[in-house]
Unconditional design. Structure first.
Length: 182
C-alpha cells in the first residue's frame, strides 16, 4: 500500500469473467493499489486479494487512477455500485448503520417540509441509499443539522458532501444538501 495515504477505491461496476473470477471497476480516490494487496469491501467488510490490475486493457502492477481489478474472495453479486474498497485497517472510512447528524441546507426551490420517518434517498458519491429523517431540520449555532437514519448501511468519510432526494415528489425532487462532519 501507499505508505502516505491508505487506499480508497469507489466501486463503479462488478461482474464475473469466466477463467478470471470477480472483476471490479472503480476509481481510486486516494492512495495506490498494488497487485496482491489485501483489501476490504465496505459496508460488507469482506476481505479480498487483488490478483491483477488493468488500466485501459493493459496489465499493470500498481495504479493511482481508474482501474479494473481481478479479485479473489468475493462474488460480483455481493458488491453494489458505490461500495468502497479500502485498506483493511482504514480509519477514514465510516459505515453508517446508526443515525448521523450532518450539516444540512434545504433547497430553496423545495416548498414542502421534511417529515419525520418519511423515506428519502441519500446520494453520496456513487451510492444511493434509502434513509429516514427524524426531528426534521434543526438549527444549532447558526448551523442546520438533520438526523439521518440509514435503512441500509452506507459508506462515508468525514467532509463528504451529500444530497437528500425525494424521488416520488411531484415537484422538485432535490430536498437539500450538506456535508457529513461527524
Amino acid at each position: 500500500m501507499d505508505g502516505t495515504r491508505e487506499c480508497v477505491i469507489q466501486i463503479d461496476h462488478t461482474f464475473n469473467v469466466k477463467g478470471v473470477g470477480t472483476v471490479l471497476l472503480g476509481i481510486i480516490k486516494q492512495g495506490t493499489v498494488k497487485t496482491y494487496d489485501q483489501l476490504k469491501i465496505l459496508p460488507s467488510g469482506k476481505e479480498v486479494l487483488v490478483k491483477s490490475i488493468q488500466m485501459h486493457d493493459d496489465p499493470v502492477n500498481e495504479s493511482k487512477k481508474r482501474v479494473g481489478l481481478a479479485v479473489k474472495g468475493v462474488d460480483a453479486d455481493d458488491i453494489s455500485r458505490g461500495d468502497v474498497l479500502c485498506s483493511p485497517d482504514s480509519s477514514s472510512i465510516k459505515i453508517a448503520t446508526n443515525p448521523i447528524f450532518p450539516g444540512f441546507i434545504k433547497n430553496p426551490y423545495y416548498k414542502g417540509n421534511l417529515t419525520d420517518n418519511q423515506t428519502y434517498i441519500i446520494s453520496l458519491g456513487a451510492q444511493i441509499k434509502p434513509v429516514k429523517i427524524k426531528n426534521s431540520a434543526t438549527t444549532t449555532n447558526n448551523n442546520n443539522t438533520v438526523e439521518i437514519i440509514p435503512e441500509k448501511p452506507f459508506v462515508y468519510f468525514l467532509g463528504q458532501p451529500y444530497a437528500l432526494l425525494k424521488p416520488d415528489n411531484d415537484g422538485t425532487r432535490i430536498i437539500g444538501k450538506g456535508t457529513i462532519m461527524q
